[in-house]
Design a protein around this ligand. Structure first.
Ligand SMILES: C[C@H](O)[C@H](O)[C@H]1CNc2nc(N)[nH]c(=O)c2N1
Ligand SMILES: N[C@@H](Cc1ccccc1)C(=O)O
Ligand SMILES: [Fe+2]
Length: 317
């Protein structure tokens, strides 16, 4: 019997009930935001904060050509994110709504999973309001406005990717019912945050990054494409959803797609019920594992991780 955990009549305009494994408790909701976690307005930024955006932008532009996916670079240009200063969400939303129907809305910090899904399902991208400081210029733990807007928003100009993001949000309802958010989160991690795409034949050096976690920092932009250390493996949804991930260091493994249509087909056009029923509560594969079924583009040396990773002085590339 086929059970549809997300019934076709699901009302995605209403906030879903968080399932038992939703990471809600540790998040303290600030006084100024309601159940939707939306800030009443985008922050005002100081002149120095606008300069921080400009400097982060300039630093990325030195490394992106030849490494960022063409869809990402096209989006950056289309939205003119380098016009100077932190972009205004209202103007961004206006331009995006004409292109793919998305908007960008301000949130104070990480928001609970079910609220995040709900915004995506309604084509609203929740972006952190604050910007990092000079002290945290190279590395921040929480997503700030540079990661969220520079890293994520350009891809929302791509119609197929824009649809994928909305469907990912809608997918949260089913994953919550099955208590398998971790698995769906791994898919997000290895695509939206750390995805690579093979734009031309492999021999022609066609490997590019489209993941926001890669493209919002210079080190991982170079590491993900050029380093010998990480594995680069063709994306296999069943495999990826069983794979653990690191949140505070360069990835030991990247998963590669050939185009966004294929990503859409392998995820959206497929019923995850059977998969969720087959999955255990935790992950099966370590984040550095290479397994039998893998279609391996590059088997990494894992030298960076073996030397101790972040904080050890190990050189990324
Ligand atoms: C898997 C899950 O959807 C993911 O971790 C969510 C949780 N809450 C978030 N909240 C914000 N503000 N930004 C994010 O990217 C996320 N990611
Ligand atoms: N097709 C998936 C939904 C999904 C869409 C997009 C990304 C991931 C999952 C399901 O049946 O649940
Ligand atoms: Fe992100």
């Amino acid at each position: 019997m086929l059970t549809h955990a997300t019934p076709p009549e699901t009302d995605f305009t209403r906030l879903p009930d968080p399932g038992p494994d939703v990471f809600t408790a540790p998040l303290q909701r600030p006084a100024e935001v309601g159940e939707d976690w939306l800030e009443p307005a985008q922050r005002q930024y100081s002149a120095e904060e606008h300069r921080i955006w400009d400097d982060l932008y300039a630093r990325q532009m030195q490394v992106l050509p030849g490494r960022a996916a063409s869809a990402f670079l096209a989006g950056l240009e289309r939205l003119d994110l380098g016009r100077g200063g932190v972009p205004d969400f209202a103007r961004l939303s206006e331009e995006l709504s004409g292109l793919t129907g998305w908007s960008v809305v301000p949130v104070p910090m990480l928001i609970p999973d079910h609220v995040f899904f709900w915004h995506l399902a309604n084509r609203r991208f929740p972006a952190g309001n604050f910007i990092r400081t000079r002290e945290t210029f190279d590395y921040i733990q929480e997503p700030d406005v540079f990661h969220d807007v520079f890293g994520h928003v350009p891809m929302l100009t791509d119609p197929t990717f824009a649809d994928y993001m909305q469907e990912y949000g809608r997918a949260g309802w089913k994953a919550m019912r099955y208590n398998r958010l971790k698995a769906l989160g791994a898919l997000y991690w290895y695509t939206v945050e750390f995805g690579l795409i093979l734009e031309g034949p492999e021999e022609a050096d066609g490997l590019r990054a489209y993941g926001a976690g890669i493209l919002s920092g210079p080190t991982e932009t170079v590491f993900s494409i050029e380093a010998q250390s990480p594995n680069r493996i063709m994306l296999n949804v069943d495999r990826v959803m069983r794979t653990d991930y690191v949140i505070d260091d360069l990835q030991p493994t990247y998963f590669v797609i050939e185009n966004f249509g294929e990503l859409y087909h392998d995820t959206v056009d497929r019923d995850f019920d059977r998969l969720y029923r087959a999955l255990g509560p935790g992950f099966t594969y370590a984040n550095s594992a290479v397994i039998d079924v893998d279609d391996v583009l590059h088997r990494g040396t894992q030298e960076y991780a073996l030397r101790g990773g972040r904080g050890s002085g190990a050189k990324p590339v």
